[in-house]
Design a protein around this ligand. Structure first.
Ligand SMILES: NC(=O)c1ccc[n+]([C@@H]2O[C@H](COP(=O)([O-])OP(=O)(O)OC[C@H]3O[C@@H](n4cnc5c(N)ncnc54)[C@H](O)[C@@H]3O)[C@@H](O)[C@H]2O)c1
Length: 357
């Protein structure tokens, strides 16, 4: 199989590419605009493979997309390119509308033109897999307000009720994908996943931010009371789930992907502090929990997300391999051992070099 992956220089896209190149005989063309979130350093382990190619392309650029389809003739498109950070979407929603909605529309149209011209046998196997988030469902009752809250989970039929410009733009893109399936028959699949964590995540997101601030003895800023609940999935487990859905999922279906790990944000931060205390026994910042500071909550902050991932388990036999404890230990260890990757992100050299500055 030949995969066309959008957003492959990002956190999850690079994990998917490493999984495909290291664990399968398939090949990948990675198309990525290389925004601040795109980092080719995350692909150095696979970038010399004969099964890997990279093209710097904006998914809003239709003619560039047409050229890529024509040159690489993919069998499967996995669409991960997006603006993905909720806080940035609150400060400036325009890029989210452009990439997540207009970009998805442009990619769907380029895919449709390519797919319509495929010969019958290739047309039959072709798939367009759209990677989305559980945030499209809005939030769920919180156990502090409702004693039965734990019973409510997002399923594939939960109504959409996005809260932030990010989740609204992702919800829009999901609707476009569904419409292209229903109206034009494009063979699409959608996955909606909970929060990911693991190696190579950009340090503006909760877990890498807390790890790196903790290592450096900087404050660990926690929104509100820190009681917001998220379900956490180790990124390599997500990559395995995505590969299973793209290659074995039923066209037209949606699959929710989750880690069975509901945690309050403050619990996540305490786990990181405990791991840092243990793994860096000589740190002058021990106990790292003393660095925790509470800051004003994010506007419109969803209180709880939780996923019912039963369908992907029953139908495709996928289950996460990492528990929260094993995944978090691997993650903290990775950030401690990869200070060069972290430094190049933090000082901006990962971007300056490719811009020739
Ligand atoms: N991170 C999570 O916890 C999570 C959870 C569920 C779903 N998702 C979804 O998974 C996907 C990947 O998330 P991530 O965390 O890896 O994001 P990321 O921000 O780390 O990476 C996004 C990638 O897309 C690229 N990109 C942005 N705009 C582009 C454009 N116009 N054209 C081409 N490339 C562009 C960026 O350069 C970057 O490499 C997103 O669609 C996101 O909505 C993320």
């Amino acid at each position: 199989m030949k995969f066309l992956i959008t957003g492959g220089a990002g956190f999850i896209g690079s994990a998917v590419i490493r999984h495909i190149i290291n664990s399968t005989t398939d090949s990948v063309v990675n198309i990525d605009k290389l925004t601040y979130a795109g980092n080719l350093d995350s692909l150095v382990d696979v970038s010399n493979s004969d099964c890997y190619a990279f093209e710097q392309v904006d998914i809003c650029d239709r003619s560039a997309l047409d050229q890529v389809f024509s040159a690489y003739q993919p069998d499967i498109v996995m669409h991960l390119a997006a603006e993905s950070h909720v806080d940035r979407s609150i400060d400036g929603p325009a890029d989210f509308i452009e990439t997540n909605i207009v970009g998805t529309y442009t990619l769907l149209e380029a895919t449709r033109s390519y797919w319509q011209e495929l010969e019958y046998s290739r047309k039959k196997v072709f798939r367009f897999h759209h990677i989305s988030t559980d945030e499209v469902y809005g939030d769920l009752p919180h156990p502090e307000e409702d004693s039965n809250a734990k019973a409510s989970l997002f399923t594939e039929t939960t109504s959409y009720a996005p809260s932030s410009p990010y989740s609204a733009s992702k919800a829009s893109s999901d609707h476009l994908v569904r419409a292209w399936r229903r109206t034009y028959g494009l063979p699409t699949l959608i996955t909606n996943c909970s929060n990911n964590y693991g190696p190579y995540q950009f340090p503006e997101k909760l877990i890498p931010l807390m790890i790196l601030n903790g290592i450096e003895g900087k404050p660990l800023p926690v929104y509100g009371k820190g009681n917001q609940i998220r379900d956490w999935l180790y990124v390599d487990d997500h990559a395995r789930a995505l590969y299973k859905v793209a290659t074995g999922g039923v066209v037209g279906e949606t699959y929710n992907v989750g880690g069975h790990n509901e945690k309050q944000n403050i619990e996540v931060v305490h786990t990181i502090c405990t791991l840092l205390d243990e793994l860096v026994p000589k740190s002058p910042h021990r106990p790292h929990a003393s660095l925790i500071t509470y800051v004003k909550d994010r506007p419109g902050h969803d209180m709880r997300y939780a996923i019912d991932a039963g369908k992907i388990q029953r139908e495709l036999g996928w289950l996460p391999e990492e528990t929260f404890e094993t995944g978090m230990r691997k993650t903290v260890q990775w950030y401690l051992e990869n200070s060069d990757w972290c430094r190049r992100v933090q000082d901006g050299s990962y971007q300056r070099e490719r811009l020739g500055l």
